[in-house]
Design a protein around this ligand. Structure first.
Ligand code: PLP
Length: 404
């Protein structure tokens, strides 16, 4: 009946959000969403920050600058410096979640048909945004050390791409969905490729602070200072969603001034500015040092949850499921060893009141249908144990049904 823009004629919604309806099922244990644990939100710290923010109504209840409140930009630049990636407030654009930053970047950089490289498996919202932008998406495989940079080099060398790629999207630290972290050697090699072939690396880093094992690696943005000609080719996204609260919708991007300037113009037509209220709360929260005080609690809790999930998977499902233990983040990426279809298995799991995201959600092509993503962040430890036992029961039933 309506003459929709062709890209919205029959748009596929987010495959993960499609699963949300089952969350309301009584007693459901969900390993599905990328939700942080609600009981670990720093309510006290955020309440205190909100009380301080509300003392400045002309700032926090008013429209703000499109690039973000100056007090927040200052605090985010300080946070980046503490992370080993010094930047100035001028390098930074505050966005309504880092998801908006990616959308703005696509508007600014990618015309329909432009070649965009994406690690695969990938964060589904990235694939969705690229599809709506009508990009020509070319996938690059990932293994337990992150993006396969040698495969990327071979692809670029072969000269078979339809056009020079505009950008490459990757989550180099505790990736969604694989939990993998890109090794230092691969980080350096990736930066060299970006400088040589002149494509933007989109470094999406919402999980880097959630490290509970291993040594921290510098971000691609930080390392770009060591690789001649690469600094301008890195666009870095980060977010308070996983380390403070997604409800704030505070994310940010750090990029070359020419890119930031254009993203500011794009943002003007999207939402004028991100919420001044939550920006002011975030600024007060960061300025008080609350993040440094509270974050270890979250990281310690996730360490225990991740260990529990991996231990119970090993104890009960080791014959059936293969996985790697991540050193941080929120996800365990697993595979059904007998190569059963994880989406079919999920249907049986839902009947047993346990959920995960089937791997198919994270692929554009070459789908690994036996893969699945388990998030350990939101459920409690006892639920993680019960959830895996339910997965075991469901797998017995599912395998029996397949055999029968
Ligand atoms: C890899 C990745 N990037 C971006 C986002 C979106 O984060 P935000 O809440 O900052 O928009 C998520 C959320 O799950 C994510 O996993």
């Amino acid at each position: 009946m309506f003459a929709f823009n062709p890209t919205f004629e029959a748009p596929a919604g987010s495959p993960i959000r499609e699963l949300f309806k089952y969350l309301a099922q009584p007693g459901m244990i969900s390993f599905a969403g990328g939700y942080p644990a609600s009981d670990l939100f720093d309510r006290e710290g955020l309440d205190a920050a909100a009380a301080r923010a509300s003392q400045q109504p002309a700032l926090c209840l008013q429209y703000g600058p499109t690039d973000g409140l100056a007090i927040l930009k200052e605090e985010l630049a300080n946070l980046m410096t503490r992370r080993g990636t010094p930047c100035t407030p001028q390098d930074l654009l505050v966005t309504t979640g880092s998801q908006q930053g990616f959308d703005l970047l696509l508007r600014v950089m990618v015309a329909p048909g432009d070649v965009v490289l994406v690690e695969q498996p990938a964060y589904p919202a990235t694939l969705q945004a690229l599809k709506l932008q009508q990009a020509d998406v070319v996938t690059v495989p990932v293994d337990q050390h992150g993006l396969d940079v040698a495969a990327l080099a071979a692809l670029l060398e072969a000269g078979t791409l339809r056009a020079a790629p505009k950008l490459l999207y990757t989550v180099p630290t505790f990736a969604n969905p694989t939990g993998a972290t890109l090794s230092l050697e691969r980080r350096m090699a990736l930066l060299e490729l970006a400088a040589r072939y002149r494509f933007l690396i989109v470094e999406d880093d919402p999980y880097g602070d959630l490290r509970f094992g291993g040594a921290a690696l510098p971000s691609l943005l930080a390392l770009s200072d060591q690789v001649p000609g690469s600094r301008d080719w890195v666009v870095h996204f980060s977010s308070l969603s996983k380390i403070v609260a997604p409800g704030l919708r505070v994310g940010w991007m750090v990029a070359h001034a020419e890119i930031v300037r254009r993203c500011v113009v794009a943002k003007q037509t999207v939402d004028l500015c991100s919420s001044s209220w939550t920006q002011a709360i975030a600024a007060e929260y960061l300025a008080s040092g609350a993040l440094e005080r509270h974050l270890p609690r979250i990281v310690d809790a996730y360490a225990v949850k991740c260990r529990t999930l991996c231990d119970v998977l090993e104890a009960h499902l080791t014959q059936h499921v293969a996985f790697h233990r991540p050193a941080g983040g929120m996800f365990v990426w697993a595979r059904l060893k007998a190569r059963q279809n994880a989406a079919d298995y999920l249907r049986v799991c839902i009947e047993h009141n346990v959920m995960f995201v089937p791997g198919v959600a994270f692929y554009k092509d070459n789908i690994d249908a036996a893969a699945l993503r388990l998030s350990f962040a939101a459920p409690g430890v006892a639920d993680i144990e019960t959830g895996v036992l339910r997965m075991k029961l469901a797998l017995e039933r599912f395998s029996g049904a397949l055999a029968g």
